[in-house]
Design a protein around this ligand. Structure first.
Ligand code: MN3
Length: 207
C-alpha cells in the first residue's frame, strides 16, 4: 500500500484573499504531490512499507533523510489543508479554549506566542500547536519538514494546528512579508477541526 495525495475539501481560490489560488494550486498539486511521490519511493520495498504515516514518524530514524523529509512533508501538508477552511477564523471554544487559556492566559496570548514561533523560525519550517496526553497544549516550531511527532525534534505531543512558513507557502502573494501571512492565517483556521484533533490527541499517546 502506498500513500496518495489527499484531495482538498475546498477550491483553490476558497481561502482568498488570505491565501491565493495560485499558491494553493502549486502548493498542493506540486509540492505536496512531490512529497507524496518521494515518500512512496523512499519506503518502496523496505520494511517501512505498509505502516501508517504516524507510525513512520513516531519511530523515525532521523538519519533516514528521505523518509524524514518526505514523510514529514506528506503528514504536515495533509494536516495543514484540513485545519484551514473558507469558513474559518474566530476563536476556539469548549475544552480547547480552556486549555489555551491555561497555557497562554488568553486567546490573544496564544496568538502572540504562535505568531512569535512562526515569525522567528529561521528559514523553512513550521509552527505548531500540540496537545500532550492529559490535555495541556504547547506551541513550538520545527525546521524543514520536521514535526513534533518525530522523536526529540519539537515539543512532542500530537500536532493539532500547523502553519507552513516555507516561502513556497506565501511568497507569490506576500513576498518577504511573512508576518502578514501569519496574521492572515488566523482568518482561515478551522477551529472545529482543531478541536476534534484536540479531543482525540489528549487521550492518545503520541509521545
Ligand atoms: Mn509547504
Amino acid at each position: 500500500m502506498s500513500f496518495t495525495l489527499p484531495k482538498l475539501k475546498y477550491a483553490f481560490n476558497a481561502l482568498e484573499p488570505y491565501i491565493d489560488a495560485k499558491t494553493m494550486e502549486i502548493h498542493h498539486g506540486k509540492h505536496h504531490a512531490a512529497y507524496t511521490a518521494n515518500l512512496n519511493k523512499a519506503i518502496d520495498g523496505t520494511d517501512l512499507e505498509g505502516k501508517s504515516i504516524e507510525n513512520l514518524l513516531i519511530n523515525l530514524d532521523k538519519d533516514n533523510k528521505p523518509v524524514r523529509n518526505n514523510g514529514g512533508g506528506f503528514y504536515n501538508h495533509t494536516l495543514f489543508w484540513e485545519i484551514m477552511s473558507p469558513k474559518g477564523g474566530g476563536k476556539p471554544n469548549g475544552n480547547l479554549a480552556s486549555a489555551i487559556d491555561s497555557a497562554f492566559g488568553s486567546f490573544e496570548g496564544f496568538k502572540e506566542r504562535f505568531t512569535l514561533a512562526a515569525s522567528t523560525q529561521f528559514g523553512s519550517g513550521w509552527a505548531w500547536l500540540v496537545v500532550h496526553k492529559g490535555g495541556s497544549v504547547e506551541v513550538c516550531a520545527t525546521a524543514n519538514q520536521d514535526n513534533p511527532l518525530m522523536p526529540g525534534i519539537g515539543c512532542g505531543g500530537t500536532p493539532i494546528l500547523g502553519l507552513d512558513v516555507w516561502e513556497h507557502a506565501y511568497y507569490l502573494n506576500y513576498q518577504n512579508r511573512r508576518p502578514d501571512y501569519i496574521n492572515a492565517f488566523f482568518n482561515v483556521i478551522n477551529w472545529n477541526e482543531v478541536s476534534s484533533r484536540y479531543a482525540i490527541g489528549k487521550e492518545e499517546v503520541k509521545e
